[in-house]
Write a protein that binds this ligand. Sequence first.
Ligand SMILES: [Zn+2]
Ligand SMILES: [Zn+2]
Length: 390
Amino acid sequence: MLHNDPIAALTPDVVAWRHHIHSNPELGFKEHETARFVTEKLRSFGFDEVHEGIGGTGVVGVLRCGTDTRAIGLRAELDALPVLEKTGLPYASRNAGVMHACGHDGHTAMLLGAARLLSQSRAFDGTVYFIFQPAEENEGGSMRMIEDGMFKRFPVEAIYAVHNWPGVKLGTIAARVGAQMAAVDNFELTFEGLGAHAAMPQLGDDPILAAGAFVQAVQRIVSRSVDPQSALVVSLTQIHGGNVANIVPGRVWLQGTCRFFEPDHSDCCEKLIGEIARGIAAAHSVTATLDYKKGYPPLINAAHATARAVEAAAATVGRENVSTEFSPSLGCEDFAFMIREAGGCYAWIGAGDVGPGEGLHGDRYVFNDEIVPTVMRYYVNLVEQTLAVS
Ligand SMILES: [Zn+2]
Ligand SMILES: [Zn+2]
């Protein structure tokens, strides 16, 4: 078959790059080989400006065309997850215990594909920054790039990214104005008191009893302290204390997470979790120590950038396949920092239905290569429409 369509012609190469990155996954801030792969590819496309080592292992490729008055950024992620892959794929991870289980291999390969296409067609007027960020999953690589002066060196009018989204229909794109992903804060809490013989509890304080009371009471924040119409999740995810049947331990450690869309909820959760923990500790004659860590902010799509993204998506998959009205996810996304700084839009690319264990972060997750040409077309449309030649 003859390929008149350069996107269709390039797709097999991009899928091969994706499989190569998939076989060689690297954890956050350790993406040295992946960053090298990206840099080499960009240089092979004729990019003469490729900046490495931004915010650790981040890479920015610069493509200038026409006048120099406008610029946008496109972002992909380099990092993989600490997951033992069980897909059985011929190109499965060769780095045991590390897996591209979120599809960042695909995001990086597709953004490289868009870089290749746009460097050939050059049908736009302005500058496109191709941003490959480290450590999206946990360590805040996007903030590290910002702190490293990325937007001062590469100022943009808006920044865009996509994420493959299992469970959303294949051939569709979803982007909404306002919150699309939640904020996340994590906390650790320790109750400490005097341990005792399990048969003589009157000689100790029993932090297990305090922890049990806290598990119940902390849900008061969601049910009684915030407007029921604003989403908030407080989940306890670890409890550890004691190691034998006949001793009441002197210490219980808990970990939990808070997810929300309204930035005010962060201070609210920190204050109330502390108050509830200290109140319960006082009632049980133990101490409570809270370590509350503010994490990624909510991802808030800007109206102007989302309008551009929706137009590009409509040109890619047809207007009837673009959703703008849907419930945001209570998952979180490090790209929120970049959008907060520069304004922009983050879109989900429908990846179709999947079975148990095959969703994002699952050990049998498989990136759907069918979305590769769709995403490249979306990026090309976005750049050519937003930075249109006048
Ligand atoms: Zn992820
Ligand atoms: Zn991801």
